[in-house]
Design a protein around this ligand. Structure first.
Ligand code: XLS
Ligand code: MG
Length: 350
């Protein structure tokens, strides 16, 4: 593994076990062997991470009876405790089951909507059992391939009803909506952070309703991740992030943080750092994919590299003279401000 950056920091880091993958993509089968789950959990501390992001079925299969589920959750919890890790988020995987092909909460089939709701409540129970209050809703299939398939207004109402039902089901849980504009759907009903934050105020408990922002999802919406994060921070609703990078408006790439646009990544770290992100225990989550050409032995580099990029950019952010920034701002000397930042990014002092 490449060396982790050593900047002293108060940040805690997380990722999901799906970030160590077999490299399968829509056009080809796996190219690496599957890493055992227990081995993945061991890798967290080795790579300098603090917490795990889970889907419900990363912890236990989705079709187990409740007693076996509890047993399975307890086993994973024991491993986490033993490793000194904790579960940062748990999310119901609502996009793979045949009953969710037409959407989960917005399916046109009432029985399928019920399945989605039951599974979501069960996921809250799993989160509770593993000691996690953060519940992420990535509404993957809540959208359409054609506009005429559903009434969009009804769909929004169904999403809010489901969100409320989960809040009702567990009075401690907080729900973090994760917006994405497209993929797997042509168009999502809640495509941006703005949409998602808006919806949180329509729930029965806005204080337990917030967001997780993924850099690539903002970029896919043509927006700047740093501004999206600042917007959610203003609302006091940025409770987790999925940092990564994305090369323009194409399929979701989940590239190493900062690997496409260093300045955009710098601005992301700047926004988080300057606004106290993480000071209430929020984690810096990564959602990155290894390239298909990567070998099994090197299939965790993208994680350590993303974390290193965050820490190195943090050093750059902390190294920028804030007084100088304020002065340039006050006099609208943006050409000079820009060069200050570019020099900082290039490590130039002259
Ligand atoms: C997709 C999401 C998803 C999360 C939340 O980008 O990050 O993978 O795990 O379910
Ligand atoms: Mg994500």
């Amino acid at each position: 593994m490449s060396p982790a950056a050593t900047t002293p920091t108060t940040y805690r880091f997380s990722f999901g076990p799906w970030n160590i993958s077999t490299g399968a993509d829509p056009f080809g089968p796996p190219v690496r062997k599957e890493m055992e789950f227990a081995r993945k959990l061991k890798a967290y501390k080795e790579l300098g991470f603090d917490a795990v992001q889970f889907h419900d079925d990363d912890i236990v299969p989705a079709d187990l009876d409740w007693n076996s589920t509890l047993k399975g959750v307890a086993e994973v919890k024991k491993v986490l405790d033993g490793e000194g890790l904790f579960a940062e988020i748990v999310a119901p995987r609502l996009w793979e089951d045949p009953r969710t092909i037409d959407g989960a909460f917005t399916s046109n089939n009432p029985a399928d909507r019920q399945y989605a709701l039951d599974r979501s409540k069960r996921c809250a129970d799993i989160a509770r059992a593993i000691g996690c209050q953060n519940y992420v809703l990535w509404l993957a299939r809540e959208g359409t391939y054609i506009r005429e398939a559903k009434c969009a207004r009804t769909a929004i109402g169904r999403i809010v009803d489901a969100w409320n039902a989960i809040l009702e089901h567990d009075k401690q849980i907080r729900i973090l909506g994760e917006a994405k504009p497209n993929e797997p759907m042509d168009q999502a009903y809640l495509p941006t952070v703005g949409h998602m934050v808006g919806i949180t105020y329509k729930t029965i408990d806005p204080s337990r309703s917030g967001v997780l922002i993924e850099s690539a999802h903002s970029i896919l919406a043509g927006l700047d991740p740093a501004d999206d994060m600042a917007y959610a921070l203003y609302h006091g609703k940025l409770w987790s992030v999925h940092l990564n990078d994305q090369n323009g408006l194409k399929y979701d790439q989940d590239k190493v943080f900062g690997s496409v646009d260093l300045r955009r990544a710098f601005n992301t770290v700047w926004t988080l750092e300057k606004n106290g992100y993480g000071r209430q225990g929020e984690c810096v989550g990564l959602d990155v994919k290894a390239m298909r050409t990567t070998t099994f032995e090197e299939s965790m580099y993208h994680l350590s590299h993303s974390k290193t990029m965050f820490l190195r950019l943090l050093e750059v952010v902390r190294g920028v003279d804030q007084r100088q920034v304020e002065e340039f701002r006050a006099h609208r000397q943006y050409e000079q401000l820009e060069m200050l930042i570019l020099n900082a990014l290039m490590g130039r002092k002259d």
